[in-house]
Every structure is written in C-alpha cells, then in structure tokens.
Design a protein around this ligand. Structure first.
Ligand code: C2E
Ligand code: MG
Ligand code: MG
Length: 749
C-alpha cells in the first residue's frame, strides 16, 4: 500500500501511520496475551514510538511542513538514537534467559562477529564520515552513531538467530524485524554516501517491515508462553564455527585486498580491531579450556562414583547380607575356578556342606532375631576352623558350605569336618540362655572329572546322609548314597496319591502264648503294591515315609484298618484277640496321634485294651518330652505300649524304667543266639527277661525260626512269641482259615 501511494507527502503520512499502527498492535498483543513480563514489550513500544517521532520530524516536519532538506544533525536524530537502546534491551530481555558459562562464551562469539563487522563497516562507511571535512564534529558523531547502533543489532541477531537463543516463533519474528532494519540501515548509509536516497525508496520497506513485524510478534500467541526447561539450555550449535572463522579473516582480508587495489586503509583501526579480535578469541579459548576441564573433572567424578556403586553392587550380588559370607553364586564360581585347573596340577579340593540341626526349632521358639544371631554365630565358628584361603559361604536358610581349596590329604579334610562338628556342638548363648546346637556335615572330594555342580550336590547328599544317621556328625560322600537319594526321590513321588489308589494292604503275623500255644492276636504289617515294582516291604519305604511325613496319613490308615479287622475277627471267631500296630518316630511326634488312636477305636468299636502300639527302641532314643507325653496320653485311655526290637538300640535297662511301657519285644538278633553252641545267648536272654519281670513288663520274642529256639525261650520263661516257625505274616483270608481251627492247637505246639 505504501509503495502504491501517488505522492511523496502521502508516503510521509503513511509512514507515520504505519508506525502508529504497529504501536497499537504491540499494545493489543499485550492486552490479548498478558505476558508475565510486560517490560520488554513496553521497551519495544518505546522504540517504535521514538522512531515514529523521528520519522514524523524528518518526513512531516522537514519534508512537508518546512519543505527543506534535513540538516545534519537534525532534530530527528536524538529520537532515532535514543530508540536503539530500547530495542536492544527489549529484544535481549526477551530472547536471552541462560546465565551459564556457555552464555558467556556466546557473548564473546557474538562480540567477535561484531568486531569483524566493525572493521568492515569502518572500511566501507565510517571512515568516509570520519575523514569528511565538510561535516562538523557533532554531525560526525551523529553520522558515526548509526553504524555503531547497527553493530549492536548485529550482536543481537547473531546471538539470537545463529546461536539459537530465540526459540519461540514470536522471538524469531522479532529478530527478523531487526534483520530488516539492519539491512535497510546499511543500504541507507551506503546510498546516502553516494547521494541516491529519497523517501519512498524500496529500503523504506525494511523499516516499515521492522515496525510491522514487531507488532506481529506481539500479537503472536507464543509471545506469552512460559519458558520451558529446553529454553534454559543453549545448544552448542555447529553454526558458529564457520562464522567465527570468517570473522577472523576480515581484518587481514581488508589489508590484502586494499594493498592489491592500492586503496588506502586506516591501519590503526584495522590493527586495533585485529588486536581486539585476537584478544576475544584468546579469552574465548581460555574459557573453553576451563569448561572442558570442569567437564572432564565432573565426568571423572561421575565415573568414580559409578565404579564405587558397581563394586558395592558386586559385593551385594556375591555376599550374604546377614553374615557377610560369600553367597551361593560366589561359592559356585569359586568352585568352578578351582576345578578349572587341570586335575594333575591342582591340590585336593573338598566341599563341606553344613546344615544346622533343629534350626527351625530355635527360630520358632526364640524368634527370627535370635535365629539370625545363631546364623551369625555359626558363620563366625565356621570361619574360625578354616584357613584363610578357604571360602565359607551361606547358601541360604541354615545351610552353609566350606570350600577347602588346598586340603592336601583326605585326612586334613576329615580333620576340618571333625572341627566343624565339634565347634558347633558347643552351646550358643542366645537370649541370655545356653542353647544346644549342632550341625550335620556332608563332605565331598573332587575327582579328576568332577564338575562344580556335581561336587556341591555330592556334598549335599552326604549331608543328608549325616542327618539320617542321627545328626551332629559328618559323612563323606559315597557313590552308593547317590542311588539312595535317587531312590528316596522316586519313592516320595510314588507316595503321591498311593493311599487314594488303595495301593497298601496289611498282613497279620500271629502272636502266641508260649505257656499253652494259645493264639493271642496278630501284628499288623503293612505292604505296598507299588505300580511298577510289585509288592514292597516296609523296611524299604517306611524310613522314607517317615522322613517325608507321609507316614502320618499312612499310619492313620494302618491303625483304622487294623482296628476294624480285629473287631471282625472277634465277631466271627468269638475270641478275645489283640492287634499290634507299629508306630514310627514321626507319628509319635505328631500332636494328633492320641486323637487318631481314639478315633480309630471309636469308629471300629475295638476296646482300648485290645490294641497294642509298638514303638522301636531307636524312636525312644530320640528321647523328647513330646514322645513321653504322647505315650502317657495313649496309656491314659487304656492302650498298651510295646517296645519293639529291643536289643538293637543302645538303651540302658535303667532308662526303660522311666517309660510308660507294657510289653518288651526281644529282637530277633537275640533269639538267633539261642539253641546254638554255648550258653552265652541263653544267659543274655535270661538277663533281659529277668529285668522285664522286675519292670513288670510282658515279654514277646520275635523272629523264632526253629523248635530249639522255641524250646529255649519256653524254658527261660518268655511270655509270648512270634516267628516264621509258627507263621509268616498272613493275608486276611489266611487269618480267617486260621481262626476256624481250635484256639490251642497251633502248628507244632
Ligand atoms: P517289626 O515290627 O519288628 O516286625 C517284624 C518283622 O519281622 C516283620 O517284617 C516280619 O515279617 C519279620 N519277621 C517275623 N518273624 C520272622 C522270622 O521268624 N524271621 C525273620 N527273618 N523275620 C521275621 P516286615 O513285615 O518286613 O516289617 C519290617 C518292619 O517294618 C517292622 O518290624 C516294623 O518296624 C515296620 N513296619 C511294618 N509295618 C508297619 C506299619 O504299619 N507302620 C510302621 N510305622 N512300621 C511298620
Ligand atoms: Mg513291630
Ligand atoms: Mg520287631
């Protein structure tokens, strides 16, 4: 529109109007968007306003009203010159937000470009004003001020556009406005120098664009956007390097070209700008080095902290937090490391697998905190019996392991195992009390081809064996143990669902009164019809059932079945027969045992006096309050208790006095000594029988296989007998056939 106007005076008026409209746009933008900080925009309003006043004075005042050329300096100049600083401050405040080391560097870079621009500007523009004798000193100052102000514009444009501090659309528009003004200023200066300028020239468009764009920027919605985190960092743009290099070449290039075309040069100014340029570059470099060093230090610090963290994590990953010992993973690695050495060169390697006996009891009765204390004590004790090079590890729960890396000979390993068992037998002080503790240890020695996995599992198997053989001891791994372990595992699996599938049945072995050969009753003996292996004897599966706890439901079934069968015999034969049922140690430790027995009696209708419960000597050796209480409880409602297999354990006869027993079953091993050469056996058995009589116990001899044995026992006054000589364990049908015969006419009696 401006350029389409017909007359110069119309141009002059339009020029001022456009300026006023721009001010109105900025004010409207401020009202519309309400930015947090209004000051920069007000400064821009001030800039346009002062410039428009200058324009008014120059175009309307001198041009239209006074109709004479603009003097130098003119009344417009103070307004124009005063306007620039407002522009600088306004734009700088809007675009620059960062105050870190980098913004310092950015300033220096922009300054380098400005100094180069100064050299150029001086050479092409300023020096002609400077040396022009037709202009007075004030005029010179004013003339020189404009290019200097433009250098200020260069500074801001470089910072904002090239170094990217202007991020928002509104800010970019502002910088483009500056660019427009800069181009027009420069062109104007050049044109004025050669006397070509008149109002209405194309370059007026630059200034008008400048006003309008400031107005547009103010109306743009991004003018009030809150600064985001991204705005606070200055990107290290690669754009600056070529620009800086170019700036460095300006002074020497001017010299070179001028000397080539033999033009005059203001050497002091060019030299001065070179010196300033070089100083700025040096400053810039020193800052850069400083920053790089600081970054390097920070990086080093971060790396060190990371390393510390890693080693912490590594320690945590390989150690047990409670005891500080190696954990399973580390032990495994150590074993692997040792075994990786060729078998010929490596010393004897052994692993001792240690498992506390009865740790659960300590944990349950004293609480987990004391349980933890006991584990810590164990760790200390284990460490105290091994050499520095050996690894002690906690594998979890109450399991520990010791890796002996250079044991020398098997005897040394045995000595260490001895020491472990011995030191763990010492009572531990927990909760102010002396608590008896012990450990079961399995030892495995590495062969030439043993793997880590294998060595640890062999030690584990041996430990299991040590537990089975009575705990608080150590066992060396033997290959046979492996198959036993396998066997145990297989049986345990086969137990699952076997009761539901009715795989068990009972055989009944007759019990006879020696005095008259009268049938007293039967002992119930369980059999398992294993799906794959056929019928198996109790010795093969009862120990495993006992360990796994399967014996509890199995025993309940035996008890119920035997009681019901006994009631049937009595009903069908009309005889007063007893039934004996064997109990395992696990059953005796069960709290429900008394209830189970009571239920079995109630359901079957058998009277308590006709039930005989057999417990083995070894079971009683495990001697505990619980077992004694359980036996007394059973006796209280009239059930009789027999001590089975007497003579196979090590119980003293004196000890038997304290037990609530009714019957003593003399083991087959005693009976075997009878009827042979010499009378040693007879003396032994007669002693046992005498003691039984003193303790008021009935006696039953087991395993009678010959008439001689029978005769001897009868002579010695044994009460009853059981054995293949009379009868093998019988099926239900065989029992039925036996019961139809007369009571006292038992085979060969
Ligand atoms: P036990 O209670 O001492 O039973 C006697 C064992 O000796 C029976 O073996 C029986 O068959 C065998 N026997 C009897 N007379 C003779 C003889 O003259 N010569 C020889 N060589 N052996 C004879 P069985 O049935 O194999 O039972 C073995 C053990 O298994 C029993 O020993 C008992 O401790 C246990 N047992 C059997 N049934 C059960 C049960 O239902 N529960 C529990 N917990 N244990 C049971
Ligand atoms: Mg028995
Ligand atoms: Mg027996």
């Amino acid at each position: 529109m401006y350029f389409a106007l017909p007359t110069q005076s119309a141009d002059d008026i339009a020029y001022v109007v456009i300026g006023v409209v721009s001010v109105a746009m900025v004010l409207a933008g401020l009202r519309l968007h309400r930015p947090e900080s209004r000051l920069p925009w007000l400064l821009l309003v001030g800039y346009i306003a002062l410039s428009v006043i200058g324009d008014g004075i120059e175009n309307l005042g001198y041009g239209v009203i006074l109709a004479r050329p603009v003097p130098l300096p003119s009344a417009a100049d103070p307004f124009y010159l005063a306007a620039y600083p407002l522009l600088f401050i306004g734009v700088t405040r809007l675009c620059q937000r960062t105050h870190d080391r980098r913004s310092r560097e950015s300033h220096a870079d922009a300054a380098i470009v400005v100094v180069a621009a100064l050299a150029l500007s001086w050479h092409f523009l300023m020096r002609s004003y400077f040396h022009d004798s037709s202009i007075g000193p004030l005029g010179k100052i004013v003339m020189l001020s404009y290019p200097l102000m433009d250098l200020g514009l260069v500074f801001i444009i470089v910072q904002s556009l090239v170094f990217g501090t202007a991020r928002r659309a509104a800010h970019r528009i502002l910088v483009v406005a500056l660019l427009a003004s800069l181009v027009s200023d420069f062109t104007y200066d050049v044109m004025v120098q050669y006397g070509h300028y008149a109002v209405g020239n194309v370059i007026d468009g630059g200034w008008l664009l400048n006003y309008m764009l400031i107005g547009v920027a103010a109306l743009h919605p991004t003018m009030a956007a809150k600064p985001s985190g991204r705005d606070l960092t200055v990107p290290d743009s690669g754009r600056r390097i070529p620009l800086l290099a170019l700036a460095g070449f300006v002074a020497p290039a001017i010299l070179l070209v001028s000397s080539a075309v033999k033009a005059t040069v203001d050497v002091p100014v060019i030299a001065g700008t070179s010196i300033v340029l070089f100083s700025l570059v040096s400053l810039r470099m020193s800052w850069q080095f400083e920053r790089v060093r600081a970054d390097a230090l920070a990086l080093e610090d971060a790396l060190r902290r990371r390393e510390e963290l890693e080693s912490d994590l590594r320690h945590q990953a390989f150690h047990d937090p409670l005891t500080g010992l190696a954990n399973r993973m580390l032990l495994h690695r150590q074993v692997e490391r040792v075994l990786a050495q060729p078998a010929g060169t490596r010393p004897l390697t052994a692993v001792c697998f240690c498992d506390l006996d009865g740790f659960k009891t300590v944990n349950d009765s004293l609480g987990h905190l004391y349980g933890d204390d006991l584990l810590a004590i164990t760790a200390e004790r284990l460490l105290s019996v091994v050499r520095a090079g050996d690894t002690v590890a906690r594998l979890g729960g109450d399991e520990f392991a010791v890796l002996l890396e250079s044991a020398g000979e098997p005897e040394t390993v045995a000595a260490v195992a001895d020491r472990i068992v011995a030191i763990m037998r010492e009572p531990a002080e927990l909760a102010g009390r002396q608590i008896a503790v012990s450990v079961s240890v399995g030892v495995a020695l590495a062969g030439p081809h043993t793997t880590a996995e294998q060595l640890l599992s062999e030690a584990d198997i041996a430990m299991y064996e040590a537990k089975r053989l009575g705990k608080s001891r150590w066992e060396m791994f033997l290959p046979a143990m492996q198959s036993q372990t396998f066997e145990r595992l297989e049986l345990t699996n086969a137990f699952r669902g076997s009761l539901e599938r009715d795989e068990f049945f009972l055989l009944y072995q007759p019990l006879l009164r020696l005095l008259d050969g009268c049938l007293e009753g039967f002992e119930a003996l369980v059999r398992w019809r294993h799906p794959d292996r056929g019928v198996i004897a109790p010795n093969q599966f009862i120990p495993v059932a006992d360990e796994t706890g399967f014996v509890v439901p199995l025993g309940r079934w035996v008890l119920e079945t035997a009681c019901e069968e006994a009631v049937r015999w009595q009903r069908e034969s009309g005889r007063d027969l007893t039934v004996s049922v064997n109990l395992s140690s696990r059953q005796l430790q069960e709290r429900h045992l008394c209830d189970d027995v009571r239920t079995a009696l109630a359901v079957s209708g058998l009277s308590a006096g006709q039930l005989l419960l057999e417990v083995t000597e070894t079971t009683l050796l495990a001697d505990s309050e619980e077992i004694r209480a359980s036996l007394s409880g059973l006796k209280d409602f009239g059930v009789r208790i027999a001590l089975d297999d007497f003579g196979t354990g090590y119980s003293s006869i004196a000890y038997l006095r304290h037990l609530p027993l009714d019957v003593l079953k003399i083991d087959k091993s005693f009976v075997e000594t009878l009827g042979g050469p010499g009378d040693e056996g007879e003396a032994l058995v007669s002693t046992v029988l005498r003691f039984a009589r003193i303790l008021k116990l009935r006696t039953v001899a087991e395993g009678i296989e010959s008439g001689d044995q029978l005769q001897a026992l009868r002579n010695l006054g044994c009460d009853s007998a059981q054995g293949f000589f009379f009868a093998h364990p019988l099926t239900e049908n065989e029992v039925d056939q036996l019961l139809v015969q007369p009571a006292a006419t038992f085979r060969s009696l």
